[in-house]
Ligand binder design. Sequence first.
Ligand SMILES: Cc1cc2nc3c(=O)[nH]c(=O)nc-3n(C[C@H](O)[C@H](O)[C@H](O)COP(=O)(O)OP(=O)(O)OC[C@H]3O[C@@H](n4cnc5c(N)ncnc54)[C@H](O)[C@@H]3O)c2cc1C
Length: 372
Amino acid sequence: MRRRIAVVGAGPGGLTFARVLHRHGYPVAVLERDPAPDARPPGGTLDLHEGLGQLALDKAGLRAEFQALSRPEGQAMRILDTAGTVLRDWRPAPDEQANPEIDRGQLRDLLLGPLDVRWGQEVTQVVPGAGDGARVHFADGRQETFDLVVGADGAWSRVRPAVSAATPRYTGVTAVETSLDDVDTRHPDLAQLIGDGSVAVYGVNRSLVAQRNSGGHVKVYATFRAPLDWHAELDLTDVEATRSGLLAMFDGWAAPMLDLLGHGTAFLHRPCYVLPVSHTWAHARGVTLLGDAAHLMPPLGAGANLAMLDAAELAESVAADPEDLDEAVRAFEAQMWVRAERWAKITTAGLERLVSPDPTEALALFDDVQRS
Ligand SMILES: Cc1cc2nc3c(=O)[nH]c(=O)nc-3n(C[C@H](O)[C@H](O)[C@H](O)COP(=O)(O)OP(=O)(O)OC[C@H]3O[C@@H](n4cnc5c(N)ncnc54)[C@H](O)[C@@H]3O)c2cc1C
């Protein structure tokens, strides 16, 4: 008998899960809150690691397509001090495939391929114990039962309460994101500063990072330690007031870096939340979690990679023994928890060093990663 499987969320995790099962001939209902793929800006670039996100794409049969789209040159990294002196200028070899970059929108479209996502389906709750499976409640009042519901619905998962009482905690680190368009034509000096990949400047408890996406688009992140309500006096939709507030925060930094904040036409607030480092739950028949819903951690280049590998492994586990879904899920959870704990420790320690009272810590972290 065909088992009814649903995944909540069409992010990197949910789509990889559905795509790998599709490759094995199993249909999955992908339930996504957004009304359409382009309903909101897809976000910045992602680096996919050889042993994580790229491995997941292998399992989906999409490695070659990824290589055609991705930007190995985007791995380049330049680090400056606040006076503008170049401290590191690392460029990848032309055949370096360890962590190539891809735009999130391109990755989404690659994974979407033949999948038939149910857009505009907001899940409000999942209740295990509907026979052997779980019942999904939708915002419009409908309910539907599945043999397995996979929560891939991100940081503020509505599936997670079905298995765990954990909620994300604010780390004390926040970021404000802005963008530059047509950087090569409109801001050639900044284009040169950023190079093919990223430029980063680390100061006391704060940093400025600019990352090149495809098509001359650049994302700029101003990251700093602050209470969650740091902007109580500031309307973040007031672009000029936000710009002035940020420039004051980075006062004294060399002009080319401050210029990164000078052109954006919108600022997005991205406070950094995390789940507990060792987040696990008592296994519940018919429901599981993957990606940020299971192990939200600081954004240090691992989250999407882990979501994708979780997803690919769960899909393969299900495809190997669809008659015993429960055993497939148990095996997946045990493996995922170990890997997630390891990366949660790495990224938590990494965040402390990147946004540190001692800026040399960030440089030392970069050197440690290069050596490893
Ligand atoms: C600034 C920044 C930079 C980052 N850079 C990197 C990087 O370089 N490399 C990397 O690996 N990771 C990076 N990350 C982390 C990465 O973005 C996440 O870890 C990753 O997106 C998690 O994927 P996911 O599929 O688990 O969840 P998400 O990407 O959050 O997707 C969840 C999906 O579920 C949908 N959804 C949510 N609630 C519901 C609901 N109730 N009903 C139906 N659908 C719902 C959402 O609309 C969304 O489509 C970064 C994060 C940030 C903030």
